[in-house]
Design a protein around this ligand. Structure first.
Ligand SMILES: [Zn+2]
Ligand SMILES: [Zn+2]
Length: 249
């Protein structure tokens, strides 16, 4: 949930030529404007249709439609399969107010094909299904041999490990507190220790723990992961900036 001064899931990937976001959860839009405003964003890609991962597309749409900054094209937005229809049904009540084609006049709305991947920003996205309560996809962005892999929301999953194999930066969710059990035993999230196990199995370069519980401290998260994953562990925070060099600079 959004907390004071903190947004839900969104990860901006940018260099001087492009800027795109993996997810766009509640609070993301205001935070992201500091780095890449709505006239400069090249694309948004959504991992799954939980509100903490996509809901700020709605204020983003209003900015694109009514804001003072202009762009020459509609903003490409890539949803998971079924996601475009869900977003359209959610926003149909706004469209009835005479707002025209509520989504299409601001967004170039598409659904990605998880099996096919997606060329983007001089590189490529690949996807892997995760273990979550609804259909969800982990996403790997790769360019010139340098990569970032984002787990989205998932319980421990070999498909996510495979997608993340050898990645330079692994953004992995760590929702569960140590020892916390999920409701009715149905798995959909990971603990910091489980995130660390996936990172170790995938032999990633760096682990970034994210999507953690509001009661989790940075020390709790680090302590839960350190014994299992021996590489560098970073606890994500709003406005964290991490640099990666893909060798082309
Ligand atoms: Zn979720
Ligand atoms: Zn989530």
């Amino acid at each position: 949930m959004p907390r004071i001064d903190r947004a839900c899931s969104a990860y901006l990937i940018e260099d001087e030529r492009f800027a795109f976001s993996l997810d766009f959860g509640t609070g993301a839009f205001a935070n992201m404007r500091r780095y890449a405003d709505y006239d400069r964003l090249d694309a948004v890609v959504i991992s799954h249709m939980h509100a903490d991962h996509f809901l700020d597309l709605i204020p983003l749409r209003y900015a694109l439609r009514y804001g003072s900054k202009r762009r020459s094209n509609r903003l490409p937005v890539w949803m998971p399969p079924g996601g475009a229809g869900m977003l359209r049904s959610m926003t149909s009540c706004f469209a009835k107010e005479g707002n025209g084609d509520f989504l299409d006049e601001a967004f170039d709305l598409n659904e990605f094909d998880p099996a096919a991947g997606l060329p983007i920003a001089g590189g490529r996205l690949r996807f892997a299904p995760t273990t979550h309560y609804i259909t969800s996809f982990a996403i790997r962005y790769e360019r010139n041999g340098t990569s970032i892999t984002y787990s989205a929301d998932t319980a421990p999953d070999a498909r996510v490990v495979e997608l993340a194999r050898g990645t330079d930066l692994f953004l992995c969710e760590a929702t569960l507190l140590a020892g916390e059990k999920e409701h009715a035993g149905i798995r959909g999230h990971s603990s910091a220790a489980e995130a660390a196990k996936m990172a170790a199995d995938a032999e990633v370069g760096q682990l970034v723990l994210t999507h953690y519980a509001q009661d989790a401290t940075s020390r709790d998260l680090q302590d839960g992961a350190r014994e299992i994953y021996r590489g560098e562990i970073i606890v994500a925070d709003d406005h964290s900036v991490l640099e990666l060099n893909d060798g082309s600079a």
